[in-house]
Design a protein around this ligand. Structure first.
Ligand SMILES: [Zn+2]
Length: 411
C-alpha cells in the first residue's frame, strides 16, 4: 500500500508569518517546504502563480503550439480542451487578453474535432467543448459565438446505450448543463431539457438496486463503481444539482448513507461494490472524490452526518493522499481540492493549511521527483487530468480558495 503514496511528514499545522516578519528577515528564505508553508498567504500564492504561468506556457507549447490546429485528442481529460481550460483560468487571474484569444482558437479546433464524436460528457466529450466555448465567448463579449456554442450544445444527442457515470455517461452530460446554467444564466438549458435524462438516471438506478440495500445502483463494464469518475459518488454529486422530487432526494441521501456505512474501516471508500482492496485514494476512485460529493451533500441538505463523513474522508486524504502522481484525477493536485472544498464548507483554516501543504509539496518537489523517477509524470504528462496541466490549474486555484473548483466536478 505504502508504495502508492509518500508518507505525509508535513507539520500538522504551521502559522503563517506576517508580511512584516517575512520582509524584515535579513536572510533570504530558502526554497524549502517548511519555509514555503510559513510564508504569508499572498506571498506564497504569488510564487504558485509564477510557477503556474510558467507551467501553462510549457503545456501550451507541448499540447498545442507545435501541432497547431490538428487536434488528435480534443477532451478536457487528456486533450487540448484541458489546455484551453487551464489557459482560461490563467486569463481569469491575469486578464491577459492573449490568453482569452488563445482559448477561443483552441476551443474552435476542438469544436471541429468533436463534431462527429459520440462522446457527450463535459470531461470526455462534446458537451465540454460546447459548454466551455459558450463561457469563453461570453467573456470575450461575442454574442454570436455564444449563441452558436449554446445551439451546438442543444444539438448533442445522447446515444441510448450511454452509461450513467460522470466520465462517459449521462451524469457527465447533466453536469455540463449545470455548468452552462451557472455561467451563462439560469435556464440556458431549461429543466425540461434535463428532466427526461434525470428520469432515466433515477429509473435505471432503482432498477439495478432492486431489493438491494442501496436505493440507487449503476454498472459500468460489469462493475458497480462507487467513485467520482465512474460510480455512485459522481452520479449523486450531479443529481444534487438537479430539481428532484422528495422521494428522489431520499434515494440520493440513502445512497450516500449506504456508502458511508459500508466504507472501509480505514475510512477510505472501495472503488466498487464488494471490493476489499483498500488501495486507491484518488478523485476517480476512493475517499477524495467521495469527500467532494459529501461536502456538496452537507451544503445542499445541511445534514450534520454528511459534514462529519466528509471530514472523516478528508482525514484519509491527508494521511494517504500524497500520491506519486501529480494530476487531478489520481494525483496530488486533485487531492488538494479536498481540503479547499472542506475549507470553504467549514471555514476551518487547518483545511486551508492542508491544501497549502499539498500544493507546496508539489511546488517544492514534484518536478524534481519526476526527473528522478520517484514520481510518475502521468501517461499524458501535460494534460489537465493526468499531468502538469492539472498541477498548474491547482496552483492558480490556490490564489482564491473561495472560487476554487475541481474541474468538471465542483460547480
Ligand atoms: Zn484517475
Amino acid at each position: 500500500m505504502a508504495d502508492r503514496f509518500f508518507p505525509n511528514d508535513l507539520p500538522p499545522f504551521m502559522e503563517e508569518t506576517t508580511l512584516e516578519e517575512a520582509t524584515s528577515s535579513q536572510t533570504p528564505i530558502p526554497h524549502s517546504l517548511t519555509s514555503l508553508l510559513s510564508l504569508p498567504y499572498t506571498t506564497l500564492t504569488s510564487k504558485l502563480q509564477v510557477s503556474a504561468l510558467h507551467l501553462k506556457q510549457s503545456v501550451v507549447n507541448e499540447t498545442w503550439g507545435s501541432s497547431g490546429n490538428r487536434v488528435k485528442d480534443y477532451t478536457l481529460y487528456t486533450g487540448v480542451l484541458g489546455t484551453a481550460y487551464l489557459v482560461f483560468k490563467a486569463y481569469q487571474v491575469t486578464k491577459n487578453v492573449d490568453d482569452l484569444n488563445l482559448c477561443l482558437k483552441i476551443v474552435k479546433a476542438c469544436d471541429s474535432a468533436s463534431e462527429n464524436s459520440s462522446r457527450v460528457t463535459f470531461i470526455c466529450g462534446r458537451a465540454g467543448v460546447c459548454a466551455l466555448g459558450a463561457v469563453i465567448a461570453k467573456h470575450a463579449g461575442d454574442e454570436r459565438l455564444l449563441d452558436y456554442y449554446v445551439r451546438q450544445f442543444k444539438e448533442i444527442e445522447l446515444p441510448c446505450d450511454l452509461p450513467y457515470e460522470v466520465l462517459y455517461g449521462r451524469a457527465g452530460y447533466l453536469w455540463a448543463c449545470s455548468f452552462l446554467n451557472k455561467h451563462i444564466g439560469k435556464d440556458t438549458i431549461p429543466s425540461t431539457h434535463m428532466r427526461p435524462i434525470v428520469d432515466e438516471v433515477i429509473t435505471s438506478g432503482r432498477k439495478l438496486a432492486h431489493k438491494g440495500r442501496c436505493p440507487l445502483m449503476y454498472e459500468w463494464h460489469g462493475k458497480k463503481y462507487w467513485g467520482a469518475a465512474h460510480g455512485l459518488a459522481g452520479i449523486m454529486n450531479v443529481l444534487m444539482d438537479m430539481e428532484l422530487k422528495p422521494d428522489e432526494v431520499e434515494d440520493v441521501k440513502g445512497t450516500l448513507r449506504y456508502l458511508i456505512k459500508n466504507r472501509f474501516s480505514s475510512g477510505n471508500y472501495p472503488s466498487s461494490e464488494g471490493s476489499e482492496s483498500d488501495r486507491l485514494v484518488h478523485w476517480c476512485h476512493g475517499a477524495p472524490g467521495v469527500t467532494l460529493t459529501l461536502v456538496k451533500a452537507a451544503e445542499v441538505f445541511g445534514d450534520k452526518e454528511f459534514l462529519q463523513a466528509a471530514e472523516e474522508a478528508g482525514e484519509v486524504v491527508w494521511k494517504r493522499g500524497l500520491l506519486k502522481r501529480v494530476g487531478i484525477c489520481h494525483g496530488v493536485s486533485g487531492n488538494t481540492y479536498v481540503f479547499l472544498s472542506l475549507y470553504r464548507l467549514t471555514g476551518n483554516k487547518e483545511y486551508l493549511y492542508r491544501a497549502k501543504g499539498f500544493s507546496c509539496f508539489l511546488l517544492d518537489r514534484a518536478q524534481k521527483l519526476i526527473a528522478e523517477g520517484k514520481m510518475h509524470g502521468g501517461d499524458r504528462p501535460y494534460s489537465l487530468f493526468e499531468g502538469l496541466g492539472g498541477m498548474a490549474y491547482t496552483f492558480l486555484d490556490m490564489i482564491d480558495p473561495q472560487v476554487a473548483r475541481f474541474p468538471g466536478y465542483e460547480l
